[in-house]
Write a protein that binds this ligand. Sequence first.
Ligand code: AMP
Length: 144
Amino acid sequence: MRISDVLRAKGDQVVTVAPDTDVARLLAVLAEHRIGAVVVSRDGAAVDGIVSERDIVRALATRGAAVLAEPVAAILTAEVRTISPDASLAEAERMMTERRFRHVPVVVDGRLSGIVSIGDVVKKRIDELEDERSTLTGYITGER
Ligand code: AMP
């Protein structure tokens, strides 16, 4: 199972914000789309950073409510790990577990072409295991 299989089911839409968007607006975007992270991009295609609810919590805890008026550029993670649509689900799972983040933008030729979350990956892995279990049960009971 590959990243492209996940994107086929969920689509390739990625919510992005420009680096000069303020943090208060970022909160509204996260709430509006019911998501935990957005890709920061100047042109909607290149990945200039990623900002998740964790970055907001950390900034609020250290700098207080003043951070709401600051630009997203002040709190984003600039070194973003990305993945190719051809990569396996297991690779994405390993990357997210080892590096302790829950989102990975999918990039082709330097352009955004989707995003996967740990939730997407776990859901697909469960589907995969259930298919395998039902095939094996079929063999044992002679139904296949
Ligand atoms: P998350 O678990 O995705 O909410 O993110 C936890 C932390 O990792 C935050 O500081 C994010 O900005 C950062 N982060 C999230 N996704 C990535 C990624 N793909 N590459 C690098 N950093 C990331």
